[in-house]
Design a protein around this ligand. Structure first.
Ligand code: NAD
Ligand code: UPG
Length: 324
């Protein structure tokens, strides 16, 4: 079974590539290496190119049974400053990919969507019936793709599973791959950099949210559990389940303060904390209701404990496997 992983040199994509390889798949990666830099050569053949390039797509698509699409621009605050980048990369380039899939009769698609499509939650935890009113261009670009996918299914029979990750975190338990964004904006890798002395401190963006300790609450989901959800989604698509949407999280929120305390505990290091203003586009609380994925796909998150998530990320930070 041949699977195309677009964005497979990135954080979540690289873990998926290794996972698919161990399931016995032939894995083909298309990545322009604009932000990803994982060495996936042991597990996949890499074509360096942009997903907007139809000629390159014509080379990687023939013979694949499904496409997993991780490639996108991913920073909420950058999307507010530079929406054009987000609509071009996340929307327009995805349309090129979908059209090429139709041309090459590839009809199974798994899309990396996000909790950011929901905006400010009205009810918690957030299930699939929650209204989707994104509050930033990043979330809007992802929601637009979700909506376009419904039309592509009706018109062209392209079936899709949209997986809305909450906060992806953690690392390959073997320590081979981990989270490496440049610049890094995510809380857990930044806290660990502070623990390593690679940054002076960690900012807490806002202590005046309406939450028990005043800091934002997020639902951190282990990257390996995201991989297992993709695998289940793929097998269900191939069995003919039809298009679906699932929210992926652990159903338990941790505040920024709690994450920093857990990191101090795991690393045994001192971490200097600095209070900073709220970051634009951050909702106070995001927690998933993933009952649908559990019931319909049989998804069982294995690493739901926050300490385990941070331990795996820390193991990778200490491993020397971070690309330079
Ligand atoms: N990290 C999270 O917490 C999180 C949460 C929700 C959703 N997501 C989604 O998951 C996906 C993967 O996120 P990530 O954290 O692994 O990001 P990442 O930046 O590490 O990986 C994205 C990969 O896509 C590649 N890429 C980007 N644009 C491309 C293009 N036009 N053509 C070819 N390759 C391109 C990059 O080089 C990189 O390797 C994204 O779609 C993101 O929106 C991430
Ligand atoms: O130095 C930092 C970095 C982050 N935060 C806070 O930590 C929380 C988590 O932030 P971050 O790790 O940047 O993740 P999010 O902004 O919640 O966004 C992630 O999770 C979303 C889904 O919830 C995805 O859509 C995004 O792609 C992904 O980046 C937020 O409240 C931030 O304000 C800090 O206080 N200090």
């Amino acid at each position: 079974m041949k699977v195309l992983v677009v964005g497979g040199a990135g954080y979540i994509g690289s873990h998926m590539v290794k996972f698919l390889f161990h399931q016995g798949c032939e894995v083909v990666v298309l990545d322009d290496l604009s932000s990803g830099n994982a060495d996936i050569s042991r597990y996949a053949s890499l074509t360096i190119g942009n997903v907007s390039d139809k000629e390159v797509l014509g080379k990687v698509l023939p013979g694949v049974c499904a496409v997993m699409h991780f490639a996108s621009s991913i920073e909420v605050s950058e999307s507010i400053r530079n929406p054009a980048k987000y609509y071009l990369n996340n929307l327009s380039n995805t349309l090129t990919l979908l059209d090429s899939m139709c041309e090459h009769s590839v009809s199974n698609f798994i899309f990396s969507s996000t909790a950011a499509t929901f905006g400010e939650p009205i009810t918690l935890p957030i299930d699939e019936n929650h209204s989707q009113v994104p509050i930033n261009p990043y979330g809007k670009s992802k929601l637009m793709v979700e909506q376009i996918l419904e039309d592509y299914d009706r018109a062209y029979g392209l079936t899709s599973v949209c997986l809305r990750y909450f906060n992806a975190a953690g690392a390959d338990p073997a320590g081979e791959f981990g989270e490496c964004h440049e610049p890094e904006t995510h809380l857990i890798p930044l806290v660990l950099k502070a623990a390593l002395g690679l940054r002076e401190s960690i900012n807490i963006y806002g202590r005046d949210y309406v939450t028990p300790d005043g800091t934002c609450i997020r639902d951190y989901v282990h990257v390996m559990d995201l991989c297992s959800a993709h695998w289940l989604a793929l097998t269900s698509l191939l069995k003919g389940s039809g298009s679906q949407r699932y929210n992926l999280g652990n159903g338990h929120g941790f505040s920024v303060k709690e994450v920093i305390e857990a990191a101090i505990d795991v690393t045994g290091r001192t971490i200097k904390v600095v209070d900073a203003p709220r970051r634009a586009g951050d909702p106070a609380v995001l927690v998933a209701d993933s009952a649908k994925a559990k019931v319909e796909l049989g998804w069982v998150p294995r690493y739901h404990d926050l300490k385990t998530i941070i331990e795996h990320a820390w193991k990778w930070e200490l491993s020397g496997n971070r690309p330079r």
